[in-house]
Design a protein around this ligand. Structure first.
Ligand code: S3P
Length: 182
């Protein structure tokens, strides 16, 4: 039987592993997996990169909100949320009310190193590198941290670097969540 709150929201900065860990977590729990970025791209038939370039960030954020409202409380689903999604308006309140929130916490230094390798598809950072990227991560994470840290569960992920470590982390989290009734 379904538990009443079987939506698991993974939140955190870009590059914190929400999508890769989320997929494994969903598999381990027998849940569906949804990545809000991919969902938005499919729903609005446009890549996020192009959305930012042609329509602007405000339009992307409105679309993110539409999708959030569509997905709220969806049963037996792990949702990897875009890094900025919980930080707009009352979004974090909605996540807290409708499911279990898990924050993958990571230091700005490690995030910046990771993002250097995968920034091309991310419009807010694709043109930044080195010190500039680190400064952006530091200040944006500084603004977002008070919101992210309202999550029910907080997991430090600085030490998780390889795919195997991500997999082991997902399995541990799945075990923990099963013990909580998910
Ligand atoms: C963003 C994070 C991205 C994506 C968009 C903006 C942000 O999602 O939604 O590029 O503002 O932090 P990921 O966290 O999945 O990379």
């Amino acid at each position: 039987m379904d538990t009443p709150r079987s939506t698991i929201y993974l939140i955190g900065f870009m590059g914190s592993g929400k999508s890769t860990v989320g997929r494994s977590l969903a598999d381990a729990l027998g849940y569906r997996f949804i990545d809000t970025d991919t969902f938005i791209e499919t729903r609005f038939r446009q890549r996020i990169l192009d959305m930012f370039a042609t329509a602007g960030e405000a339009v992307f954020r409105r679309r993110e909100r539409i999708v959030l409202e569509e997905l709220l409380g969806i049963e037996r689903t792990v949702i990897a949320t875009g890094g900025g999604l919980p930080c707009a308006g009352d979004a974090m309140d909605l996540l807290l009310e409708s499911g279990l929130t898990v924050y993958f916490r990571c230091s700005p230094e490690i995030l910046a190193t990771r993002l250097e390798l995968c920034k091309r598809t991310r419009p807010t950072i694709r043109d930044k590198s080195g010190e500039e990227l680190l400064a952006f991560v530091r200040s944006t994470l500084g603004e977002r941290e008070p919101i992210y840290s309202r999550a029910e569960l907080i997991r430090p992920i600085d030490q998780i670097t390889t795919r195997q470590e991500e997999e082991a982390f997902a399995q541990e989290l799945a075990q923990e969540l099963r013990a909580l009734g998910y």
